[in-house]
Design a binder for this molecule. Sequence first.
Ligand SMILES: [Zn+2]
Length: 378
Amino acid sequence: MPRIIALPLVCIVAAFSLSIGACGSARPSLHPDEPAPPPIEEALEPPAAAVYELNVPEGPRQGDPVFISVSSGAQGAFPSPAALAAMGLSLRLRYANGSLSPAAPLVAPPPPRRAVSLGGSQVQGSGPSAKPTARPVELAKQSLIVGFGALGIATRAPLGPASALLLHGDRVLAERDFVIAPRQFIAETLWLDRGLTSIRADPDPIKTEQAERYLKLIATVDPSAVFLNEGFVRPVAGNRRTSLFGTRRNFHYYGGGEAFSEHAGIDYGYPVGTPIVAAGRGRVVMAEDRIVTGLTVVIEHLPGVYTIYMHLSRMDVALGDLVERAAPIGLLGATGLATGPHLHWELRVLGVASDPEAWIGIDKVPYFRTINATIEGR
Ligand SMILES: [Zn+2]
């Protein structure tokens, strides 16, 4: 590890543990004759468990995506994103049967939607959208948030008691109990014609390659991919849902045979050419024509958090584009395996299919509500 990186990290972590704010004022010089700093693994030992507090949203259900944020009692000692990443802290869910969810890296909060000056309580009302009835906004809670992670509760997750865990390797630093509530998913039957049966059931090496690459992509967790800073918007202007999230599907094939699957997203039925927008801020990590899902856009919002837009008739973004919330990304269509024009909108969190509508609107995302409270006054 280069010393120029290791030294600031050591300093930040020491300040975090001991609640002293000496970082920056006594920056060590980097003279080549100085003794080497301690190994990075020791220096980045996380603070004692007592300083953490896990915040879990109220009443999550099967299929819900959840933000879990971590607060620290060590006020004024806020680790940098680099320090957090170097500590290697992660969040997991432990279900009633003892099984564990995939791990989300603990990452630092993204910047709020617009620049805002921090420093104690402030009165909202100085910006261009100032309201005359603005009230003081308490900033103390925000300053204590160390980081957060996004996790998905599987649609078939065990019901009842569960725990959110903050981990350093296998060691539990903090945990918080909560309860997973049940959710009813409906069943539907789809009759496929000869062409659609072929798309879904015929073996095809290109289809296999596309499926493997897609599954690998949505299972990728990049701790530096922190783009989302507020709740989602619905990607189409309207709420005409033609198939719900989590629906248990029974496909009847042309010429006989059937298959079962679970609908991983929500379908919105609208005419071909209806504008489609990005649900939230993020980076385009796939924009291509696929056999089963047609013209398909995948946007990465947070580590392991992706929204997917399928069956488009046109794509207006390319691989690597950074898109803002509500930015146009293409037009609705019926490409791929589609029985009619619709948008299939999907949310994957650490690979787990999660209800994308759960994150529509800032009030649905308490974590972002907190970090944006300085601007909104909510
Ligand atoms: Zn669908």
